[in-house]
Design a protein around this ligand. Structure first.
Ligand SMILES: Cc1cc2nc3c(=O)[nH]c(=O)nc-3n(C[C@H](O)[C@H](O)[C@H](O)COP(=O)(O)OP(=O)(O)OC[C@H]3O[C@@H](n4cnc5c(N)ncnc54)[C@H](O)[C@@H]3O)c2cc1C
Ligand SMILES: O=C(O)[C@@H]1CCCCN1
Length: 387
């Protein structure tokens, strides 16, 4: 094998590509991970200090995938010798009789996820920092917590390298030629491999255009807002404040969520689970702040201990599918090209499982999970293959 020939090439060193490369290297494969930017970078979807990890979901298939995923996260913690997860619990709030709240609650109960239901009196006793509205239910997924995202990405990449994996950063892929051996051209070189995995985040369709496929993906910019605590520590991990998701908030379409103050002392991250469409190469030209206004009004009404003006605003992107479920599948015309895309703002926690599944597909193995919710063919009118 020449230095430019690999068993598998992975394009995109975000969380999903890094874990795919990690999985392949663990299985003794010679893998190359290509990244357009110099690592680490903050131009995609996987940067930042924290993400929520939880088993609480509306669908059984996500909850069930998280079972093994927690073990894989803890395995990486041991291999890399770093702490990646902190248990805080996740407080789910929303109209008790509403569809979303019921879906979450029923899935948690059906799957026997450890939970604590907070009735009205208990809520004000345990969560005095939040104004609860009449009719709102509250249930805590006690398995949930915070993942240290930047650290996790580095850990997966470090272990991949330590197993002999090759990372080439600052090397943008400019062309893909499908075939029994896939040829991948970058700004500085040409590589070949038996299989290719495309995990390019918001740039997925740009890369897929070289293979004749387009998916219904929408890249959106998220304003990641941090809000100042009037009394530092009120909403902190130390004060046992949990992560939260509020579903069906009055008058807004998407969830509002938050993480306890942690990474920036005295500041709590609270965001809206949607943003405005953006070209990923022009992210900073998308200046819509309507999501910030939604969160600001929410905080003024519900979180009296926060100043309802953002103290820090950072940027990140989601790549959203029409049903908000991931794409984990083989290319419809080229079975040795595998696609992981459309993580719709909730894919980080699944990194180790996504890496495992994409790795299995790239190696021609049967997937450990039922991938029917993630198939490309669920978008019949949108996906087209010209090759
Ligand atoms: C504000 C915010 C909050 C979130 N909160 C949570 C949460 O609490 N919990 C959770 O589980 N998930 C959360 N998510 C979602 C999660 O972070 C994403 O689903 C995940 O990071 C997607 O990873 P990815 O690897 O698909 O994409 P990316 O991280 O974007 O990685 C794709 C990579 O491909 C590279 N690339 C693209 N084109 C090329 C090319 N031509 N050549 C070489 N490289 C290329 C890019 O530069 C990039 O590094 C959140 C996301 C955001 C933005
Ligand atoms: O994946 C998550 O857990 C969060 C939920 C709220 C929106 C952002 N992502």
């Amino acid at each position: 094998m020449s230095a430019r020939d690999f068993d598998c090439i992975v394009i995109g060193a975000g969380v999903q590509g890094s874990f795919t490369a990690y999985h392949l290297a663990k299985h003794g494969k010679r893998a190359l991970l290509l990244e357009q930017f110099v690592l680490p970078h903050s131009r995609g979807s996987s940067h930042g200090q924290t993400r929520i990890i939880r088993k609480a979901y509306e669908q059984d298939f996500y909850t069930q995938m998280m079972e093994e995923c927690y073990h894989l996260w803890s395995q990486l913690e041991k291999e890399a010798g770093v702490k990646l997860y902190r248990q805080t619990g996740l407080l789910l709030m929303g109209p008790e009789k509403g569809r979303d709240f019921q879906l979450f609650k029923n899935t948690m109960h059906r799957n026997k996820i450890p939970t604590v239901t907070l009735e009205h009196a208990e809520f004000s006793q345990h969560i005095p920092q939040v104004n609860r509205y009449p009719g709102d239910g509250a249930i805590v997924d006690t398995t949930a917590g915070v993942l240290y995202a930047d650290r996790a990405l580095k850990a997966a990449q470090d272990v991949f390298r330590s197993l002999g994996g090759v990372i080439k950063d600052g090397e943008k892929v400019t062309d893909i030629k499908p075939g029994p051996l896939v040829t991948v051209t970058t700004v500085s070189s040409v590589y070949r491999a038996k299989s290719l995995v495309i995990t390019a985040g918001p740039w997925a369709n740009t890369l897929l255009s070289h293979t004749g496929l387009q998916l219904p993906l929408q890249a959106v910019k998220i304003n990641v807002c941090y809000w100042r605590e009037r009394t530092p520590g009120t909403y902190s991990v130390e004060n046992r404040f949990p992560c939260f998701i509020h579903v069906e908030v009055d008058g807004v379409e998407h969830h509002i969520y938050g993480l306890p103050s942690n990474e920036y002392p005295g500041l709590m991250k609270v965001c809206y689970h949607m943003g405005s469409e953006t070209d990923p190469d022009e992210r900073d030209r998308q200046t819509d702040r309507s999501d910030i206004e939604i969160v600001s009004r929410y905080i003024a009404a519900r979180f009296p201990g926060l100043v309802p003006v953002p103290a820090v605003v950072e940027s990140c992107m989601y790549t959203v599918t029409p049903d908000h479920h991931f794409v984990l599948d083989r290319h419809p015309s080229h079975s040795n090209i595998v696609i992981g895309a459309g993580f719709s703002g909730h894919g980080f926690k699944f990194g180790p499982i996504v890496g495992k599944v994409l790795g299995e597909l790239a190696l021609g193995q049967v997937s450990s999970y039922d991938l029917s919710p993630f198939r490309i063919r669920r978008f019949p009118s949108h996906s087209k293959s010209a090759l």
